[in-house]
Design a protein around this ligand. Structure first.
Ligand code: ATP
Ligand code: MG
Length: 648
């Protein structure tokens, strides 16, 4: 079923056989170099001219010599050879009210037998040392900047937990959260975690119909909702949306009245509650995926493994040092916001900055100024935002030490721009399902622009064909993972496990080079077949982005007279006079073939003012495709509100 959903066709007769081969390849892994794959069959002759030798960048000093993960190959080897020892040692640093029986088991998951609470570890544990240290800096949509200490967050969330308990919320209950990024959202998530309740954040801006659908699907005990939020400095009312979505449902709503401080006052009325120790595999939250390729899927993360995983990554991959300020431009209601806008920074006793409005509101200059004034050291953002900064022109100095990009492929041009104007910039790959990074370039390894990086500790990644057979370096196929790691969800909301037959199909296309670096090529179900060759959308789009007149690009495959045809949607860097368009279109078609070979022949180029994106910043290619084909686009509930584009 899962494979079908991913568009992978496997004749059932051959299915078990394919996985025996996969398992055999797997058993060879222990013997090979840390990030190199198992020995695989001899490579087939490439069907395309080899790509130009790619650029390799050495991370500058002192990033390399002072990295929190000084010896990546060794850590990687250890994580596979002895996962119990590797993750167990990091887990020891947290408070467990009962110690786990085993670090991992197939049936029990991570840290089975252990009891803890992520809120206990994110707040209460730090109080003796950090009561007066700033934990959270918030900038609300009206420009109010506030700082909150560990002591304040602990007290406020403990009292809010008491208030929620009084409203009938119990351990294990699901509670929907429809709040903009900011203090109230952070407190609500922490209070629910404290109670052992399960938070399900739904991004504000989600319309009444999809909101109602999610609520019907979830059947939460309570909805915590804001009556408004701010976008581009303007208040956007939410009360009518919430009222319409909940009409006739037996669902109490706890309101955060955006224009008054009532929510906080209400929170302060509750008796402070201690964190409820829960089993390590007790659900902490469910979250829907971005919905880039279809209806969003609900994914469940748990207290123990998630806590251990996300904190490990913030320290060792994002390289956050004690005393530094971390910032993510992601909304708190997305996985990036949950993992690195809230839980991981607090678990490490760090300081995190969150902003309600767009990161470049009211201007890109304001973004640079904020980074400098707040002393942000490490930034986690998306390619969309980096592209927007690049597009806006003049960059200003910040104190950033590192920039990480996730969510979509980071084009080398944008990476190089960001590296020149912000700080050393690292692309990396993960998913809602994974909770934390899986592929990335550690600071001690050379960085290859265009590549998402190597498998991080605990991750065993392979590129396989549709039958699950491991492909040799240089061949593109489906990216699969062969073993779970702590931050990874075990199941979807409907109970379906992620791993089936020992394999997790990520739904992405990739290719691995001889040195074990992975390049992401697009989504499996958006692959475009041109003649004998299959192109990932990211391949075509990155090739287009190397043209100086292209700001953004989306490639879409549509059925044509002789098989599939590709249509390119291009946002030009400057507004184009009508008469120039045909000429530039032709130039871009030639440019694509020059980059990728004669098979990369585009049928048509459409110039558009913007691309439809999900609220988390990903191109919604299926909407473009539906528009081209005159079809119903399906569930577009995750479409960004600012998209006003038309395809004609
Ligand atoms: P849905 O699963 O509902 O279609 P989604 O996959 O967009 O939504 P997320 O979990 O937010 O939801 O996004 C994960 C996906 O984003 C990855 O599977 C991949 O397609 C893409 N992605 C993330 N990081 C990168 C990256 N560095 N390079 C290329 N693609 C990336
Ligand atoms: Mg996905």
């Amino acid at each position: 079923e899962l494979l079908g959903a991913l568009g992978v066709v496997i004749p059932s007769r051959r299915f078990p056989f394919a996985f025996t081969r996969l398992a055999r390849a797997l058993s060879e892994v222990a013997r090979v170099a840390p990030h190199l794959p198992a020995p695989t069959p001899p490579p087939k002759p490439p069907s395309l001219p080899a790509p130009a030798p790619s650029l390799v960048l050495e991370p500058p000093e002192p990033l390399r010599t002072q990295a929190n993960l000084p010896d990546y190959p060794r850590a990687y080897r250890e994580s596979l050879r002895d996962p119990e020892g590797f993750w167990g040692a990091w887990a020891e640093g947290f408070v467990w009210t009962e110690k786990w029986r085993e670090v991992f088991s197939q049936e029990g998951g991570w840290f089975a037998g252990g009891r803890t609470n992520i809120a206990l570890n994110a707040l209460d544990r730090h109080l003796p040392e950090r009561r007066n240290q700033v934990a959270l800096i918030t900038l609300d949509g009206e420009g109010r900047l506030e700082k909150w200490t560990y002591g304040e967050l602990q007290e406020l969330s403990a009292r809010l937990a008491g208030r929620l308990r009084a409203l009938g919320v119990r351990t294990g209950d699901k509670v929907a959260v429809y709040l903009p990024t900011g203090l109230e959202a952070a407190l609500t998530l922490l209070a629910l975690a404290r109670l052992g309740a399960v938070h399900v954040a739904l991004p504000v801006g989600l319309g009444a119909v999809p909101l109602r659908e999610r609520l019907l699907d979830l059947k939460p005990r309570l909805l915590v909702a804001a009556d408004a939020y701010f976008r581009r400095g303007q208040p956007v009312p939410l009360r009518p949306v919430v009222e319409e979505a909940t009409r006739g449902l037996d669902l109490p709503v706890l309101w955060h009245r955006r224009s008054s401080s009532e929510f906080l006052e209400e929170a302060l009325e509750g008796p402070p509650l201690d964190p409820e120790p829960v089993p390590a595999n007790h659900p902490l939250f469910a979250l829907y995926t971005s919905g880039s390729t279809g209806k969003p899927k609900g994914v469940v993360h748990v207290h123990g493994g998630y806590m251990v995983g996300v904190s490990w990554h913030l320290r060792h991959f994002y390289d956050l040092k004690p005393g530094e300020v971390f910032h993510t431009t992601a909304d708190l209601s997305w996985i990036v916001g949950h993992s690195f806008g809230l839980y991981a920074p607090l678990l490490l006793g760090g300081t995190v900055f969150l902003s309600e409005d767009r990161p470049d509101h009211p201007s890109p200059a304001a973004f640079y100024q904020r980074m400098r004034a707040l002393g942000v050291d490490v930034l986690l953002t998306s390619p969309t935002f980096l592209r927007a900064l690049r597009q806006s022109g003049e960059a200003r100095p910040t104190r950033l030490r590192l920039v990480y990009s996730v969510g979509e492929h980071l084009a080398p041009e944008v990476l190089l721009w960001s590296r020149a104007h912000l700080a050393h910039t690292v692309d990396h790959w993960w998913q809602t399902e994974l909770g934390a990074p899986a592929l990335g370039t550690p600071l001690t390894l050379p960085l290859k622009p265009g590549y998402a990086g190597v498998p991080l500790p605990g991750v065993e990644a392979r590129v396989v064909d549709g039958l699950g057979q491991v492909l040799p370096p240089g061949e593109k196929g489906h990216l699969v993972l062969l073993r779970p790691f702590p931050s990874m969800a075990q199941s979807f909301l409907d109970g379906r496990p992620l791993f089936q037959g020992g394999v997790y199909w990520t739904g992405d296309l990739a290719e691995m080079d001889e040195e074990g670096y992975f390049r992401l090529l697009g989504r499996s179900d958006e692959e475009i077949k041109l003649g004998e060759h299959r192109f990932g959308t990211a391949e075509l789009e990155s090739a287009l982005l190397t043209h100086p007149q292209v700001a953004e690009a989306a490639a879409v495959g549509v059925p044509g007279e002789e098989g599939e045809e590709v249509v390119l949607f291009v946002v030009p860097r400057r507004e184009l006079p009508e008469e120039v368009k045909p000429l530039l279109a032709e130039k871009l078609r030639l440019h694509l073939m020059a980059q990728l070979g004669p098979l990369a022949r585009a049928k048509r180029v459409e110039f558009v003012p913007s691309l439809p994106r999900t609220k988390s910043g990903k191109i919604l290619r299926r909407l473009l495709k539906a528009q081209l084909m005159g079809l119903d686009p399906g569930d577009v509930s995750s479409l960004e509100d600012e998209y006003g584009g038309k395809t004609s």
